[in-house]
Design a protein around this ligand. Structure first.
Ligand SMILES: *[C@@H]1O[C@H](CO)[C@@H](O)[C@H](O)[C@H]1NC(C)=O
Ligand SMILES: *[C@@H]1O[C@H](CO)[C@@H](O)[C@H](O)[C@H]1NC(C)=O
Ligand SMILES: *[C@@H]1O[C@H](CO)[C@@H](O)[C@H](O)[C@H]1NC(C)=O
Ligand SMILES: *[C@@H]1O[C@H](CO)[C@@H](O)[C@H](O)[C@H]1NC(C)=O
Ligand SMILES: *[C@@H]1O[C@H](CO)[C@@H](O)[C@H](O)[C@H]1NC(C)=O
Length: 386
């Protein structure tokens, strides 16, 4: 009985792992985040130069703000809600993320965070046994794990179980069971946070190159190597993002892409690739990675204020500690937007926020970028502008 139960679980697991939802240009996306480097310094680094030959360098990719944490949160939630610090926060359950969008098509996802002691771990940091940190320093940090701060993830056991460690990634990779949407943060040594530019690019090279070998992924896999934010807070927040993997056509290896992107482009690209609904936030209007639009003919455009993009300080919002104008509540999504997937705002969001359908919103679908010196303007909800 026990043996047959194990057999049944094994069978279910294999069936589950095999149910791949095809995308328009890729079937799997793995985003790997390094820390705090300016575009020009990374582009000149010898290890990075080596990796770059295999991919597409996105030359106009901006992080959202400083410091780290809001950038990670923005990439999965479509806003950072004014956050201007790395401290503990919990975002209420009625704020949706990429996870809710992926669920509509049962696309599997996981977050792998090096040294993560356990799925629901929410302390500021932890010492893992995988690294030699005998001095008792942290290596895993909560601020580099975007999912755990969203109550829509951390209050749901099924979702929480997807917040794993790099050891789990190795296991999933060996089993051919890496899900279709993945975010990964190396620990604070390997991601360069407590080390150097060079330390992190050396780590990235040895980690990423084996993933590019023939046969490692049987489905079309797109791997993004990116940075959360720049090091220099006085310069516009332009970072490196490099697209790798067998989803990158041979003809584009070693090329550059000058389309304007931000971390919200991760959301827009997933929505477009898998025809997903949207979050009704800054995901709508963000450009879609060109390697996908090359296939579909979707038209990207520069946001009207691209020329002055800076993104160095956070705008006002409920998690902001600096602004004198206090915004007590999370902005309502614009329930009338159509996203890059060609679909409306997720049905569950429209229901959850129905009482706020007449409220002003900062989200207009233009793709404009906002920061503390160029604040979002709240207007009545309506269809995409422009
Ligand atoms: C990294 O630096 C922070 C201070 O910025 C420190 O608290 C932490 O222990 C350091 N971790 C390691 C592994 O060096
Ligand atoms: C919990 O997560 C699962 C998997 O994402 C989802 O199907 C379910 O609806 C969620 N439950 C609640 C109460 O949100
Ligand atoms: C970007 O914003 C920062 C912070 O407000 C400011 O110090 C810097 O001068 C701005 N840079 C440009 C080019 O506007
Ligand atoms: C979302 O949740 C927060 C925290 O529970 C609550 O204050 C707010 O009223 C909710 N918003 C809506 C539209 O239900
Ligand atoms: C605080 O807000 C002001 C007004 O937007 C902005 O100019 C300034 O750079 C912000 N400072 C910090 C540390 O975020």
């Amino acid at each position: 009985m026990f043996a047959s139960l194990i057999g049944l679980i094994g069978l279910l697991w294999r069936v589950d792992a095999a149910a791949v939802v095809s995308g328009r240009a890729f079937d799997r996306f793995i985003s790997i985040w390094l820390e705090n480097q300016d575009f020009a310094k990374v582009a000149a680094d010898p290890d990075f130069t080596d990796i770059r030959k295999h991919g597409i360098l996105q030359t106009r990719y901006y992080a959202q703000t400083h410091p780290s944490q809001p950038n990670y949160l923005a990439a999965v939630g479509g806003d950072y809600f004014g956050l201007d610090h790395d401290e503990f926060l919990r975002i209420p359950e009625n704020v949706s993320t990429i996870v809710d969008l992926l669920d509509t098509r049962q696309i599997g996802w996981r977050g792998y965070f090096e040294g993560n002691p356990g799925p629901g771990y929410m302390a500021v940091g932890s010492i893992s046994s995988s690294q030699s940190t005998p001095d008792g320093n942290w290596d895993y940090v909560r601020k580099h794990n975007p999912f755990v701060s969203y109550d829509s993830v951390n209050k749901n056991g099924t979702r929480l179980l997807n917040l794993l460690s790099f050891k789990d990634f190795e296991i999933d990779l060996a089993a051919g069971a890496v899900p279709q949407f993945v975010m990964m943060s190396p620990d604070v040594l390997n991601d360069g946070h407590n080390t150097t530019l060079d330390y992190a690019t050396k780590w990235a090279r040895q980690f990423v190159m084996p993933l590019l070998a023939d046969g490692v992924f049987s489905e079309k896999t797109l791997i993004q190597l990116t940075y959360d934010e720049t090091e220099d807070y006085a310069e516009p927040n332009r970072i490196v993002s490099l697209l790798l993997g067998n989803a990158v056509p041979d003809s584009l290896r070693g090329s550059t892409d000058d389309t304007f992107y931000t971390h919200y482009s991760i959301l827009a690209t997933m929505e477009h690739n898998w025809e997903l609904p949207n979050l009704g936030r800054f995901d709508v209007g963000a450009n879609v990675f060109k390697l996908v639009t090359d296939v579909t003919g979707y038209v990207n455009s520069d946001p009207p204020n691209a020329a002055t993009a800076n993104n160095s300080v956070s705008y006002a919002g409920p998690y902001n500690r600096n602004h004198t104008t206090k915004l007590a509540t999370i902005a309502p999504p614009n329930l009338q937007l159509t996203g890059a997937g060609g679909l409306p705002v997720l049905e569950a969001i429209r229901q959850e926020w129905a009482t706020q359908a007449e409220a002003d919103t900062p989200y207009d679908g233009t793709g404009n970028v906002y920061d503390g010196d160029n604040m979002p303007v709240y207007r009545p909800q309506g269809q995409n502008v422009g």
